[in-house]
Design a protein. Sequence first.
Length: 187
Amino acid sequence: MLENIEKSDINLLVYLNGLGSEKYDGFWLFITNQLYWTPFFLLLLFLIYKKVGGKQTLYILLFVAVLIAFTDQTCNLFKHTFQRLRPCNNPDLKSVIRIVQVRNSYSFFSGHAANTMAVATFLFLVLKRQFKYLGFLFLWPLIFAYSRIYLGLHYPGDILTGYFFGALFGFLIYLVYKRLKPQYFPG
């Protein structure tokens, strides 16, 4: 069964990665770089500040920082435990996929997918009453994580597992936030 899952994962990678072309490589390299998302983060921070105020924004940022640190460390633990080669480093796939970027770390599971989904889930749960169309926030992890498949850095299974853990951790940190919020930041 595990072999069938791995084979399906590779087949889906080959298909999705194969949809790319040199014409769009620059775009996906731009998308995958976290630095280029800074204007989006600043806009999001500004909107949160305008809706909930300074103290509450700082409180939310504290939880986001803890969430990212926890998610990132969990991801690293999994990567070093499973030691799954990235597609770009897999000798069986080098001639089959488009390799746009190379990383030497391990693949399972995607930290980009986990972190973005964790933050999106947490922010959605915290702020859904303040923002009418906050569900659009989930486009961020979808676009960001697809860039990793496009570039040849992750298998779809790495992305889906990252999404699962990210959503789980985002929800769990939200429960802690909800429990502590009235105690430290009433109203």
